[in-house]
Ligand binder design. Structure first.
Ligand SMILES: NC(=O)C1=CN([C@@H]2O[C@H](COP(=O)(O)OP(=O)(O)OC[C@H]3O[C@@H](n4cnc5c(N)ncnc54)[C@H](OP(=O)(O)O)[C@@H]3O)[C@@H](O)[C@H]2O)C=CC1
Ligand SMILES: O=C(O)CCC(=O)C(=O)O
Ligand SMILES: [Mg+2]
Length: 742
């Protein structure tokens, strides 16, 4: 039986807090069917500690749980519940290291610049914890994300109220993208004929060469591509759009994925900061360089470091920055009350979650006066920007979507074996000077090359053949199971997609597709096709690469269900195990701020509840543990009751929050177990708890609500104190006694 444990991941921010109340419930229930829940730490703090054990005491050390789980994904019995973790930008990493240092952990600071060999080595070590460092390790399978039937039905019956109308006429919202010089325009792609071991080499215009990356293994049948973002074209694009937004009186916003695309996107972000604040930053370039201010970390980094200057220079720079706003368009605000703009830090506006809000809010974002205003949303690269423009145009024509009637767009996403990890990893570089960046095989033959100017961003990416085959098969299976059309969002005009299209055309005939409808369309057309069906209440499956997987699995859930937290997010591992991700969104830092301020946690753990169902089902199916199946069925019933009785957390203090929601889930789960007749032991085991939970409903609610309305002390942000956090997240003695007594 020990082989059939569930791994529960310890993460950060809101889902980590939520686990403090949910995990004791899960453990109490699963132990009755002989399943242990083991916790493995993949939090940002945990990963930093695991990577820098050198100067830590034994009680401070944490093992490298991420690598351990990476290995586990190769085990056919792997059963991992993966909660969303922080993919840290540099400001987040700095903050986490600072907190650990203050707590007595002797961990080095992240070197902002690699001035010495030692700095470079440290930076390399930190690369293991920076950005999207967890998901690619665990995602050894493709992705199947959809709303469970019960969740979608519930959303239609009780439509969320977050949708704001689109102005009937005169909406000036738009997506602004480049028309040349971007990754889309420069992409080259090949399907490898033979295995190869490649290097990425930079050849400078003066003839000197430098190896940027050695020993990239490429397998026959693998698709490899390279692309370049021209920094000159990018900066011209920003300048043009800033002027256009100013002229048109719209807000300016930038939407990137600096956390996941951890090398390319902070640079793309930094150019936007430097173009926007050009007048001030160029005037004071020397002083700013001296204090190490880095535009890639956002305006916040510059403002903070001004303290290192004398008062007079500081005041002068601040005044010049303030002057910039007279000539530039108004910026979209992240927090207008605190004056935090879209260009403050690179991790505040993450495109997958930020663009759906633009659509939800009628093409608008918040301005400095705390009002919604039409926005020009800059998404520089055309690979994905165009499909967002399509949905904006659709709304401008047909108005806002109606969650009560709209159809669903689920997703089958290609991501196994680090497929299409664009810009996020070890094959993205900023060109040191003008020249050529070449990918060459071990015999020196050129596979691909790109011409670059100084500062251009070069990226290479890979997709292995086996994941593509698996993805096509998964798409066919989903289309059969749902009986709705599946659309491959692939653009013949894009080099990479053209290679993938020929593979899709090769692999589709390996399956019986006679009874299903399959299309291949470029993203704009696929969007239009899907939206037209959505408006008629019809469902469609989007079959996409990794990036569109990420974008669409926030976009449609946020429109349909109000949040991507309500998604079922399954990763059937290629070796046979299961990775069950919870929701499709992130770790909601805003929720933690509210919790710390007023003791109310509005995180909805529905994603966690939903993920546990297939996890238990997998155990039942693999081990013949019939009790696990009874537990899964009862949990399904409990989720339906949870939704029908509106027990999701409220957004407002002194109303039900995450802790109350988890109490109700436990009560409904116990009730369903007590009511079933398939397993007598479970019936008897849960009957007393079901009764006690129901009898004490009022008392428990009272105790849980009494914990709200005041600041919550948990002793840290990245590494909260377990005792303090437990006290905050389990404040009902009555509830604890019943759960611990099961
Ligand atoms: N899979 C992963 O591991 C992922 C991790 N991340 C990480 O998350 C952090 C924040 O990213 P960000 O893009 O701001 O996205 P978040 O998804 O954390 O937040 C966006 C908004 O989505 C809503 N939301 C998301 N999940 C829930 C939930 N369970 N219950 C209720 N509402 C929810 C909230 O909206 P509202 O406030 O309006 O209620 C929230 O403010 C980053 O550090 C990022 O790296 C991001 C994406 C995926
Ligand atoms: O890995 C990440 O940083 C984010 C992943 C994500 O947003 C997703 O998978 O939906
Ligand atoms: Mg996402």
């Amino acid at each position: 039986m020990s082989k059939f444990n569930i791994i529960w991941t310890k993460v950060d921010e809101a889902p980590a807090l939520a686990s403090y109340s949910l995990l004791p419930v899960v453990e109490a229930f699963t132990k009755k069917c002989g399943v242990d829940v083991k916790v493995r730490d993949i939090s940002l703090a945990g990963r930093i500690i695991a990577n820098f054990p050198d100067n830590l005491s034994d009680d401070q050390k944490i093992g490298d749980h991420l690598s351990e789980l990476g290995k586990l994904t190769q085990d056919p019995n792997a059963n991992i519940i993966k909660l969303p973790n922080i993919s840290a930008s540099i400001p987040q990493l700095n903050a986490a290291v600072k907190e650990l240092q203050e707590k007595g952990y002797n961990i080095p600071s992240y070197p902002q610049e690699a001035k010495t060999e030692q700095d470079s080595k440290l930076q390399q070590r930190f690369a293991n914890v920076l950005g999207s460092a967890v998901n690619p390790v665990l995602r050894e399978g493709n992705s199947d994300r959809r709303a469970a039937k019960s969740v979608k039905q519930f959303a239609k019956r009780h439509p969320h109220k977050m949708m704001k109308p689109w102005p009937q006429s005169g909406s000036k919202a738009r997506v602004a993208h480049m028309s040349e010089g971007d990754f889309y325009g420069s992409e080259k792609s090949v399907t490898m004929e033979n295995n190869a071991v490649a290097d990425i080499e930079f050849a400078a215009a003066d003839g000197s060469t430098k190896v940027l990356k050695k020993g990239i293994k490429l397998l026959a049948g693998e698709v490899a591509d390279t692309a370049v973002m021209s920094v000159k074209a990018l900066r011209e694009f920003y300048e043009k759009e800033m002027q256009a937004a100013k002229k048109d009186g719209v807000l300016l916003s930038l939407h990137l994925k600096a956390t996941m695309m951890k090398i390319s996107d902070p640079i793309i972000f930094g150019h936007c900061v430097s173009v926007f604040y050009k007048e001030a930053l160029e005037k004071h370039a020397a002083a700013l360089a001296k204090i190490g201010a880095n535009v890639n970390n956002g305006l916040a980094d510059i403002l903070e470091k001004l303290d290192r200057l004398d008062d007079k220079t500081k005041a002068e720079i601040e005044a010049d920055i303030a002057k910039v706003y007279d000539n530039r368009p108004r910026q979209a605000m992240v927090d207008s009350r605190k004056g935090i703009t879209n260009l403050h830090v690179p991790n505040n506006i993450i495109v997958d979650a930020s663009m759906p809000n633009v659509v939800r809010d009628g093409g608008r974002m918040w301005n400095i006066d705390d009002e919604l205003q039409d926005t020009a949303a800059m998404i520089p690269d055309r690979c994905y920007a165009t499909m967002y423009q399509q949905i904006i145009e659709d709304c401008q024509k047909h108005g806002q979507f109606d969650p009560a009637t709209m159809g669903s767009v689920s997703n089958v996403g290609l991501m196994a074996q680090k497929a299409e990890e664009y810009g996020s990893h070890d094959k993205t570089f900023e060109a040191p000077s003008a020249g050529t960046i070449r990918v060459i095989d071990e015999r020196g033959n050129e596979i691909m090359s790109q011409t670059v100017e100084k500062g251009d961003i070069f990226r290479m990416c890979q997709v292995k053949d086996a994941p593509i085959r698996n993805w096509v098969e998964l798409a066919v299976n989903r289309a059969k199971a749902e009986g709705v059309p599946a659309v491959f969002w692939l653009d013949e005009g894009r080099a990479h997609d053209a290679q993938i299209i020929s593979k899709v055309k090769e692999y589709l005939p390996l399956h019986d597709t006679s009874d299903i409808e399959i299309h291949i369309m470029k993203p704009q057309d696929a969007m239009q096709f899907s939206l037209e069906r959505v408006r008629r209440g019809l469902d469609t499956i989007s079959v996409t690469g990794n990036v569109l997987r990420d974008y669409l699995t926030d976009l449609f859930p946020i429109l349909e269900l109000g949040t991507s937290a309500r998604m079922l997010s399954v990763v059937p591992l290629m070796k046979g195990g299961g990775l069950f991700e919870t929701g499709a969104g992130g770790s909601a830092p805003k929720h933690v701020q509210q919790f710390l301020k007023e003791g109310h946690l509005r995180w909805d753990s529905l994603g966690e509840y939903c993920a546990l169902v297939p996890s238990l089902e997998m155990i039942a199916q693999k081990s013949g543990n019939a009790k696990a199946k009874v537990l899964a069925d009862a949990l399904n019933e409990a989720i339906t009751a949870y939704l029908e009785n509106s027990k999701s957390p409220s957004r407002k203090v002194n109303e039900i929050d995450n802790r109350g929601s988890t109490f109700y889930l436990a009560m409904y789960w116990a009730k369903a177990l007590a009511a079933q007749d398939n397993d007598k032991d479970l019936k008897e085991a849960f009957a007393p708890a079901a009764k006690a939970l129901a009898d004490n409903e009022a008392a428990i609610n009272e105790e849980l609500l009494a914990a709200q309305g005041k600041p919550a002390r948990i002793g840290g942000y990245y590494l909260p104190d377990p005792k303090l956090t437990t006290a905050q997240m389990r404040p009902s003695k009555t509830l604890n006694k019943i759960i611990d007594g099961i």
